[in-house]
Design a protein around this ligand. Sequence first.
Ligand code: BGC
Length: 364
Amino acid sequence: MKKRILSAMLSLAMAATLFAGCGGGDSAGGKAGGDKKVGVAMPTQSSERWINDGANMKSELEKLGYEVDLQYAEDDVQMQVSQIENMIASGVSCLVIASIDSSALVNVEAQAKEAGIPIIAYDRLLMDTDAVSYYATFDNKGVGTAIGKYIEEKKDLPGAQSAGENYTIEFFMGSPDDNNAKMLYDGVMEVLQPYLDDGTLVCKSGRTSFDDTCILRWSQETAQQNCENYLTGFYADEDLDIACSAFDGFAYGIKAALEGAGYTDANWPMITGQDAELMAVKNIISGKQSMSIYKDTRLLAAKCVTMVQAVLEGAEPEINDTEQYNNGKIVVPSYLCTPVAVDKDNYQKEIVDGGYYTEEQLAE
Ligand code: BGC
């Protein structure tokens, strides 16, 4: 008799262990995702950062026992709409969306709301909808001010200003359908506009407004094309000193345009970027890009996962901004991670020591 009870207890214990194993681990509160599925809609695999974002989200959610449906839409808005429709039809419990066009998902977001499926906006704000519960992102205006301040400091613009010197500059800003791009532009101009106004910075193309410098879908090819046009149209007699670019992908296009126009180490301009992609950090090391904005996607994924848990399990997510992100319908409670400017002087400390890339990856 005793033996039978003992063996029954053992089987129960084994079953419990197996069950926990299937769940893939416990959250801090010991609660697992159970049979809940989370749909993660990402914009594109054409840029490395989104591949990392998707992979981090998937593994963080799976660790908590959630099933994950991760989809990339290759910058095709209609494809993203269908992917989200399919996720809703397949019975996901929550949607995490990094949009391609932030305003194009209004109908499918309304469908999710109807079906009782909460939505978390990932990195890019979802506009014109009241169906979004939380927003995990980086301080997008802060990205712009960090780029502006880097230019101001490294080119010593206050010094140039008092000496009556000037630098030439061209702007390559993000996609007009991405709210982040406008905020970044505002941040850049908060720092640089006074220097444009007094002639310390000279933009020979005259293109300084957001509308004149934005690049649809963050296209590297368009950035290269624009840079080629600027160089042939306005820089035949004078070098371009600064390419103020909002994205590492643009920096690659600008680099190609400069090489095509015969720029060398002797007159290579300052080039900024965003995302600290592996290729960009390699270019920083070799001197072909000056800086990038490091956004630790592991941190962003971790914050986003706390929001998923909040809507599914009633936990409290950490929020640090309840003012800036008005999407036209509601102010979305947000967590803003801090972006860090990296260049050849601090990439080691920030990126290698922080375990984002290894020395080996950067040396390949
Ligand atoms: C992101 C940036 C990224 C850009 C292009 C933006 O929404 O915030 O980190 O560089 O999209 O993918």
